[in-house]
Design a protein around this ligand. Structure first.
Ligand code: C5P
Length: 204
């Protein structure tokens, strides 16, 4: 059985949490596509050309995701993500994952619009910039990284602008996506809404 759930939206809106929970509930595989861009960004920071890093990316480069989940790597990721060649090199890996037998959940910025335009379910998960900055700050502090609210908010807004305004595959809700604003939802409520959307499509 092939069944693809595409989850897009801005940083720290809850895509990853929802994606993991939906995948766990239905026994689907889950790919956090932001990690691909983060891995390329990290290698650019280490001195490599972004296009070369994207062309040569292998699953081993994603083996230590926590090392890629820093504010510095996030900014580098959004800078390499504007380069069309980088996006093109990462396309096949993502499409192959989306078509895996047993179902797949992919979260990112352009999954429902570019990577999997025919996904069975598309969600656009969002929340106010302030709520997202607070969540990202708590997450970074939880991992022992220094983070203050104003800096994290500025980072979140800078990334939103770069992701939404780039020419290639900008972050935008697909026309047929269900928009889920998690600003006032608990994690449980947001996950339940996403699971209900998948159930509805599977039943129909
Ligand atoms: O989701 P995450 O915050 O880890 O993504 C890091 C950056 O990677 C994003 O700000 C965005 O620029 C880029 N990205 C992208 N397309 C995706 C996933 C992530 O451009 N599908």
């Amino acid at each position: 059985m092939r069944f693809t759930v595409a989850i897009d939206g801005p940083a720290a809106a809850g895509k990853g949490t929802i994606g993991r929970a939906v995948a766990g509930h239905f026994g689907f595989g889950h790919l956090d596509t932001g990690l691909l861009y983060r891995a390329v960004g990290a290698r650019m920071l280490a001195g490599e050309k972004a296009e070369d890093a994207a062309r040569d990316l292998t699953p081993e480069h994603l083996a230590n995701p926590d090392e890629l989940r820093t504010a510095e790597v996030a900014q580098a990721a959004s800078r390499v993500a504007v380069i069309p060649e980088v996006r093109a090199y990462l396309l096949d890996f993502q499409r192959a994952f989306a078509h895996r037998v047993g179902g797949a959940v992919l979260d990112g910025r352009d999954i429902g619009t570019v990577i999997c335009p025919r996904a069975e379910v598309k969600l656009f998960v969002t929340a106010s910039a302030e709520v997202r900055a607070k969540r990202r700050m708590d997450e970074l502090q939880g991992r022992g990284q220094a983070a203050d609210f104003d800096t994290v908010l500025a980072d979140v807004k800078a990334r939103d602008a770069r992701d939404a305004e780039r020419a290639t595959a900008p972050m935008v809700a697909a026309e047929d996506a269900l928009v889920l604003d998690t600003s006032d939802l608990s994690i449980e409520e947001a996950v339940a809404a996403a699971i209900a959307a998948v159930e509805a499509r599977r039943a129909g």
